[in-house]
Design a binder for this molecule. Structure first.
Ligand SMILES: [Zn+2]
Length: 279
């Protein structure tokens, strides 16, 4: 039984989290790229149009002004939150996390000096850096050389892309599948890039709702299609392992922009083509 969490209010919810910072207050914080400050709310005209499209801007022109007040920062112009690692920076980062994991092992009652755990802090640190490598990448880097002019007007669906991410509340994995669809508007995106976009956003600390929305907005901004649809289904280990709630329930989130939001038939076609099978 899936937990349905329709994301109907994706245009209205809280601002994009832009405050992610590793080592937020440490004086020894490693070099880090900062996101643009909140004064930057540039967004491409089409994305803005799509973001307000639930109000059908052509018919209700007044709403355009209202909705533009809460437009989101550009996804494409977002800077990486972490330096692309030189070996030195990477080594320093791993050393810092390794020290932290040694404290963690002691704190849970383990003996970090016993044989099986000797190399665990460093291994865990390297794993965590890998699991969060999405902080080093930007969407612009991913898509910039893969946008093509094409007269195709048919729906493009890439279905059941694997997702592995870390829940930002517990830092334990959630994983599952995502299906992405869009209706081109004279431009298409290299198909492998859709999986890359998913990868960049999922290799960060996430909540499934934000991940879903970010994928949709990145594609909307990159190729300005007539609409974008994203549906994500995941199992959350923080629910399963803690036993607090129904185990094995899949959480479903969706984001529908443009015609997918306005036209039930288009949405239905996507939900059929992009259906995620049990995993
Ligand atoms: Zn969690």
């Amino acid at each position: 039984m899936a937990l349905e969490q329709s994301d109907d209010d994706i245009f209205l919810d809280s601002p994009t989290s832009k405050q992610h910072r590793f080592f937020p207050s440490s004086p020894k914080a490693l070099p880090m790229k900062r996101n643009q400050d909140s004064s930057c709310d540039t967004v491409s005209p089409l994305t803005r149009q799509m973001k307000s499209s639930s109000f059908s801007t052509q018919e209700y022109g007044d709403h355009e002004r209202h909705t533009s007040l809460r437009r989101r920062p550009s996804v494409l112009d977002e800077k990486a939150l972490r330096e692309a690692d030189t070996k030195l920076v990477r080594d320093q980062r791993i050393q810092a996390i390794t020290r932290s994991y040694q404290v963690v092992l002691e704190s849970i009652g383990e003996d970090p000096t016993r044989q099986g755990l000797l190399k665990t802090p460093k291994r865990a640190a390297e794993a965590l850096v890998f699991f969060t490598k999405g902080y080093e990448q930007t969407i612009r880097d991913v898509v910039s050389d893969a946008i093509f002019d094409e007269d195709c007007e048919n729906m493009v669906v890439v279905k059941e892309i694997d997702i592995y991410s870390l829940c930002e509340h517990h830092m334990v994995p959630f994983f599952g599948k995502v299906s992405v669809g869009y209706l081109p508007n004279k431009r298409v995106l290299g198909l492998s890039k859709i999986a890359r976009i998913v990868e960049v956003f999922s290799r960060r600390l996430q909540v499934q709702e934000r991940l879903t929305r970010q994928i949709a907005e990145a594609i909307a901004e990159a190729i300005e299609p007539r609409g974008v649809a994203v549906i994500v289904e995941c199992l959350h280990m923080c629910m399963i392992m803690r036993g607090a709630q129904k185990v094995n329930s899949r959480t479903t989130t969706s984001a529908m922009l443009g015609v997918f939001r306005e036209d039930p038939k288009t949405r239905e076609e996507f939900l059929t083509l992009g259906r995620i099978n049990p995993f």
